[in-house]
Design a protein around this ligand. Sequence first.
Ligand code: SF4
Length: 244
Amino acid sequence: MPLHPATRRALYRRLQAANPRPRSELEYSSPFELLVAVMLSAHTTDRSVNAATRKLFPLADTPQAMLALGVEGVKPFLRSVGLYTAKSQHLIGLCRQLLQRHGGEVPSDRAALEALPGVGRKTASIILNIVFGKDEIAVDTHIFRVANRTGLAPGKTPLAVERALVANTPEEFKRDAHHWLLLHGRYVCTARAPACPKCSIADLCEYPHKSQPHAGKERRPRGSLPRPQRPPARAGSVAGKRPP
Ligand code: SF4
């Protein structure tokens, strides 16, 4: 059972107040570049993707130009992002398909996006959210962790968490929920050592193993999060301060 609706709303208000206009940390200047950057970001950091695309995009910022480089041409740029052989093949296949089926444009529907080489549900959700303004909430490892720990959207799989988040996130927060939760997981509610003492939503969070000031590092392995234990029946919630 997820958090009380009023607590959920208060939690999002806190995250919104701290970062009213959250943005992706991937660097891009067009939908095509964002699609490429998100596809490359699987199993690696945004920082390493940015380091690669800062050199690649000035040479090839369109599907045509990227296709002209070919698999062997893009490989040297992608060595730092991991799985670079497969990602190079996906990138060129993706460009070919964009040109053949979509006139070189990034498609705006999920089925067409997920049909592109290297593009799965998470990447498609991010593109639909950022580029096309859809209320999609892509769930990565950070969001999966935060949703489970806080009690915002407990679930055993990313898809279960995604469905719970989409179902129970208030409309006014859906557009930015992905970025708020991702950034919170990346910088505060980290896998091994959540910074609970300085967490802005600590009083709303139901994680039963919150870290204490000066406590040792938590040793729980990634992806093996227990479902938060529920406290006794809640009587209402703590209201967050609405940002201006
Ligand atoms: S209180 Fe701790 S476990 Fe809960 S969201 Fe904050 S950092 Fe994560």
